[in-house]
Ligand binder design. Structure first.
Ligand code: FAD
Length: 470
């Protein structure tokens, strides 16, 4: 029988509420390699708390004699239950009630569970390693795109990574010699870029333009096209290839001089097609923006095509290497060691003199009530974030109609309204309801001096803001 517990806490680094449902037993600690993967041949779930005050293997949550218990694993700092320090000279194993607060290091974790459905005793024996598991369970796999747990999938990467990176990566500095002693491949380069996305690509582009040879740069990432992740997020948030981005005309990741800009290029393209009116429109926009004309922004498809051309020019295919980066450390000779995996049981190191780190947005955030709903129900299809893949919702509306509730009124919300409105026009026979929930009415836009933002339908139109890439 599986007994699952809901673990809720505030993430220290971001102060964002987090929630996970895991099956017992759950090993808690800061180092995945120190946590047991199985006890008595059965699988253990792992909860990693990234905090110095947490021991490598701090505690075990388990089911013992019809109780959920927490067992201290000889941790350095011990733990508190509902604010009271567990006296380890008296008890190592503490029975928990649903709703109890467990303090481990700086983390305060609320534990919730329901034992009403459980039957007879499953467990025998004393604390720790003699605990018998309720059943074999899968570990939680985090979806790299959404940052959310995926239900019922085993996580080969964690298991395979059990002894990788090696223990000496716990130290702030590693010896290059120890990397070689592992017997794993050790590659060396001058410039190492982590992520392989747009940030890495732009850095590599600059280096190449300033004369660095292609074999001196390595970009480690998960997808060969530098814009792959960005494109996916754009498509999910309803910016198809023919729609326009927010960057302006000269913010060109593929052209550090900004000329010819996207506007010039589009104008020239349309001119050669005989579309004089459009040519004039784009040129007028770039001369008159932002006061007399809307700021020009490029079509996403054009941007991706230009990046492809520049990528091929600078030899990006020789720079990019597939690799999931697991850890970075300084080396004893003043460089950086990057431990990365190419697949299950397939690991390597890269040593670089200079390091550039650009791994994109950390995760997609939900409001706490939505996060709780998704964690509890594991329903990742009906409640979605605009940046997640949710094409199935539009398909459903087109084929069966339905009601959509949108929360928020940012740029993504406006794109979703646009898409649904297009479906309504295309499929008038379907009954499609749209409820747009906004936190507060917006009668008037923000103002600065005599400038005032326009408001329409409680949407405030924000003028173009300079993109991060600038
Ligand atoms: C819908 C949308 C529209 C946007 N519009 C604009 C715009 O108009 N103009 C603008 O300038 N910016 C825009 N942005 C922002 C822009 O996308 C980001 O600023 C930019 O992509 C950041 O570059 P990056 O390299 O840090 O991240 P990314 O381009 O996301 O690349 C990060 C890469 O790191 C990889 N990675 C993560 N972890 C690891 C790991 N452990 N090992 C190996 N690889 C890893 C990821 O797979 C990813 O490929 C927009 C963003 C979105 C989502």
């Amino acid at each position: 029988m599986q007994i699952s517990v809901q673990l809720s806490w505030l993430e220290i680094a971001t102060n964002h509420p987090q929630s996970l449902r895991l099956n017992l037993p759950i090993a808690i600690g800061k180092d995945a390699t120190s946590l047991p993967q199985s006890i008595d041949g059965d699988q253990v779930e792992q909860m990693i708390l990234n905090d110095r005050s947490v021991s490598r293997y701090h505690a075990l949550l388990a089911f013992d004699r019809e109780n959920v218990v927490v067992i201290d694993q000889n941790s350095t700092n011990g733990m508190l239950v509902n604010g009271i320090l567990i006296d380890r000279s008296v008890e190592l194993c503490k029975v928990l009630s649903s709703g109890d607060r467990l303090t481990i290091g700086r983390y305060e974790i609320t534990i919730a569970f329901d034992l009403s459905a459980t039957s007879k005793t499953i467990i025998t024996g004393a604390p720790s390693n003699s605990v018998k598991l309720a059943s074999t369970v899968s570990t939680i796999l985090f979806n790299p795109e959404t940052g959310l747990p995926q239900a019922n999938v085993t996580q080969p990467s964690l298991a395979s990574a059990s002894n990788f990176p090696p223990n000496f990566f716990q130290l702030p500095m590693v010896e290059v010699q120890s990397l070689h002693q592992t017997g794993l491949p050790v590659y060396e380069t001058t410039y190492g870029a982590i992520g392989g996305g747009l940030g890495s690509y732009i850095w590599a582009d600059y280096l190449r333009i300033f004369g660095v040879a292609v074999d001196q740069i390595v970009a480690l990432g998960l997808e060969p096209q530098p814009y792959a992740r960005y494109k996916r997020l754009c498509l999910n948030s309803q910016i198809p290839l023919y729609e326009r981005l927010r960057s302006n005309s000269e913010s060109c990741p593929d052209n550090i001089w900004g000329f010819p800009s996207y506007a010039w290029r589009e104008a020239w393209h349309d001119f050669t097609q005989g579309k004089i009116d459009k040519t004039c429109k784009y040129l007028w926009q770039v001369f008159a923006e932002p006061d007399l004309a809307e700021t020009y922004t490029p079509r996403s498809g054009n941007v991706f095509d230009s990046i492809d051309r520049e990528a091929s020019r600078i030899g990006w295919d020789k720079i990019y290497r597939y690799g999931r980066v697991r850890s970075l450390r300084k080396t004893d000779d003043g460089r950086y060691a990057i431990a990365y995996s190419l697949g299950q049981g397939n690991h390597a190191f890269l040593v670089a003199k200079y390091l550039h780190l650009a791994v994109g947005y950390a995760a997609i955030q939900f409001l706490p009530d939505l996060q709780a709903y998704r964690s509890q129900t594991e329903d990742f299809r009906a409640v979605v974030n605009g940046y997640e893949e949710h094409e199935h919702i539009y398909q459903h509306l087109e084929n069966h109609g339905g009601t959509v509730l949108i929360r928020g009124r940012g740029i993504v919300a406006s794109r979703i309204v646009q898409r649904i409105s297009e479906i309504r026009q295309r499929s008038p026979q379907q009954k499609i309801n749209l409820l747009h929930l906004m936190r507060s009415p917006k009668a008037q836009g923000n103002s600065y001096g005599r400038a005032q933002r326009t408001v329409d339908n409680h949407y405030e139109f924000q003028p173009f803001n300079w993109p991060k890439a600038c």
